[in-house]
Structure formats: C-alpha cells, structure tokens
Design a binder for this molecule. Structure first.
Ligand code: CMP
Length: 146
C-alpha cells in the first residue's frame, strides 16, 4: 500500500542543492504529491517541533527553521516514512558519515542542527504535520503529481 510522509528541505539550502535533492527523491521512487515553498512563522515552527520543546536546542532550532523558505513536500510510495528516513540518514552528519555515507545528511548537512532535511518519524506524525503545513488539502484522495 502507498504510504505518505512529510519531508522538508530546510532553509539555507541553495537552489542547486534543492534541485539535486528533489531529483534524488524522484529517482528513489517517491511521488512528490504536493510541494510548496514557505517561510515558517515562529509560531508554526514551534508547533511543528513541539515534541522538542524542552530540548536545550529548541530556540536555536526554531531560529534556524524560520531563517528562510522551507520546501515542504508530501512524498508518497510504499514504506515512505522509513525509506525517506533512511535516505536522510541520522540527524548528526558526523554519525551519518560513519553509518550511512551515501545519505543526504552525510553528504550535505552542516552539523546536527543545520542538517538540511527533515522527515516525519511515524504515520501519526505525518498526519499531524501535513495538517499543520498543508491544511485542508491533506485529505487522502487528493494527489497531484509534479
Ligand atoms: P529533525 O530531524 O528535523 O528533527 C529535530 C531537529 O532538531 C533535528 O532534525 C535537528 O535539526 C535538530 N537537532 C536534533 N538534535 C540536536 C542537537 N543535539 N543539537 C542541535 N540541534 C539538534
């Protein structure tokens, strides 16, 4: 069965790198069902990462996520949540370089905070984040391929 995940290409990603990442996403067999650019408000970034509210890096994370436009993506394929997380690699690029050298974060992340991409960790999170980012377009039946 087709599954969806919410993926984010984070701020400070060059146009060129963004296109490269989108190309790799398609080449890996994902359908980009929805795509939009947006600058998150602090309020939205805080809501998006609410499960990290008590972490010491929370305010830095919110600063980073609001610094410029994010590319928000709904990716669809079988096993999308897990496969996108594998493609990203671990959050910390120094760990990613050891354990998943081909992953996006191993190749492109600056550090554990500015780590280029995000992906939902479960179907439950996917639903919540899609609702938050894409609002009413999130009903299962609406899919537009790009
Ligand atoms: P992401 O997968 O989007 O989920 C939470 C984000 O918090 C993570 O990517 C990083 O951007 C950031 N993050 C996680 N751990 C740390 C850390 N130890 N220090 C700074 N930022 C972190």
């Amino acid at each position: 069965p087709t599954e969806r995940t919410l993926a984010v290409i984070k701020p400070d990603t060059s146009e060129e790198l963004r296109e490269e990442i989108l190309g790799e996403i398609r080449a890996a067999g994902f359908t980009i069902s929805w795509q939009k650019e947006m600058v998150l408000s602090r309020e939205m970034a805080e809501e998006f990462y609410k499960q990290h509210r008590d972490k010491p890096f929370f305010s830095q994370l919110v600063d980073y996520m609001c610094r410029g436009p994010c590319t928000m993506l709904i990716l669809s394929k079988e096993n999308a949540v897990e496969d996108w997380r594998k493609m990203m690699g671990p959050a910390d690029p120094s760990k990613a370089k050891e354990t998943a050298p081909g992953s996006l974060r191993a190749r492109f992340a600056k550090d554990i905070l500015e780590n280029t991409v995000h992906g939902s960790s479960s179907s439950q999170h996917t639903q919540e984040k899609i609702q938050l980012v894409f609002g009413e377009i999130s009903s299962e039946s609406q899919v537009i391929s790009t």
